[in-house]
Design a protein around this ligand. Structure first.
Ligand code: F6P
Length: 330
């Protein structure tokens, strides 16, 4: 087992889908490490890069002029092999050979599960920093990148509203979030959407209710209607809504899938604020001898939370938020 009291060298990696603000978090980890007399390595391309031994030493200037940029200078990857114990053993050996005493992982639930397994099996101290646009990490109200993704989607929907209004049209705008309804909810509320469709287990959508809303809107003189659809896990949700609206209710509509533009761009103030504090808290926790924590945002503060509280995927659909959307879009 690694003794955290003797931690001298740490490494940082990004894992899973990238999110705006990851660079800001990397900068914070690197500079806090240097300020605390730790050596710091950057691992390129997540767990996959770790397994290739793709590490490079970082200094204060390695992270200069990056905090305002989207993407991640360390790049990232999805690494399903890391679910295998033998692969994690290989990773632990590589870390040991390279003299790395602890690992900071910026990513989502899958990445955290891998990090915790590494800690449990090999004693490697691990710090998790929530970085995903989906905002679906249990135990933290926000994750790095969510705010920027929402802002990007809002700007796109505002533009779509212009053309929708000019043509008296209905649009189905699909936002990212896989199993998470968070982006859809926030974007729907902030753009005055008439309807929001969430991913459910069976992907059932109340098409009759959507059509009734659209028709009521038309009756009272509305020029356009916007349905925000959370992508869900099954491809094609938006197009199937479009098809049903036409076939059952003779409502013509257009589909716009926003896709990966939501993952890029300069991070917003909120994401920079969160990322800077989370990177700092992760390294400070290591210095304080913590072995496995996640930097979580709770009640306006970044705190060091036990991993066990942050492994699940949250599915928060605040009924009041849904009611606000429906009440305001009559
Ligand atoms: O990282 C989260 C996410 O952006 C989800 O919202 C989306 O479903 C998924 O990643 C897309 O993954 P990929 O970039 O691998 O296609």
């Amino acid at each position: 087992m690694t003794d955290t009291k003797k931690i001298k060298t740490i490494a940082v990696l990004c894992s899973g889908g990238d999110s705006p603000g990851m660079n800001c978090a990397i900068r914070s980890v690197v500079r806090t490490a240097i300020a605390n007399d730790l050596e710091i390595y950057g691992i390129q391309r997540g767990y996959a890069g770790l397994l290739e031994g793709n590490l490079k030493k970082m200094d204060a200037s390695s992270v200069g002029n990056i905090l305002q940029h989207g993407g991640t200078i360390l790049q990232t990857s999805r690494c399903p092999e890391f679910h295998e114990e033998s692969i994690r053993t290989e990773a632990a050996h590589i870390l040991k050979r390279k003299g790395i005493d602890a690992l900071v992982v910026i990513g989502g639930n899958g990445s955290f599960n891998g990090a915790l397994a590494l800690h449990t099996e090999h004693g490697t101290p691990v710090m998790g920093i929530p970085g995903t646009i989906d905002n679906d990490i249990e135990g933290s109200s926000y994750s790095i990148g969510f705010d920027t993704a929402v802002q990007t989607a809002i700007e796109a929907v505002d533009k779509i509203r212009d053309t929708a209004h000019s043509h008296d049209r209905t649009f189905i705008v699909e936002v990212m979030g896989r199993k998470s309804p968070a982006i859809a909810l926030h974007v729907g509320l902030c753009t005055g959407a008439e309807n929001i469709v969430f991913p459910t287990k069976d992907h059932n959508v109340d098409i009759d209710a959507i059509a009734t809303d659209i028709k009521r809107g038309i009756k009272r003189g509305k020029g356009s209607s916007i349905i925000i659809a959370a992508e869900g896990e099954k491809v094609g949700l938006s197009h199937s809504i479009q098809k049903e609206l036409l076939e059952k209710f003779d409502i013509d509509s257009r589909v716009c899938i926003l896709g990966h533009i939501q993952r890029g761009g300069n991070p917003t103030a909120n994401d920079r604020f969160l990322a800077s504090q989370m990177g700092y808290t992760a390294v400070k926790s290591l210095v304080d001898g913590k072995k496995a924590i996640v930097t979580a945002f709770r009640e306006g503060k970044v705190i060091a939370a036990p991993f066990s509280e942050c492994l699940g995927k949250k599915f928060d659909v605040d009924p009041q938020m849904v009611d606000v959307v429906k009440t305001l879009s009559i």
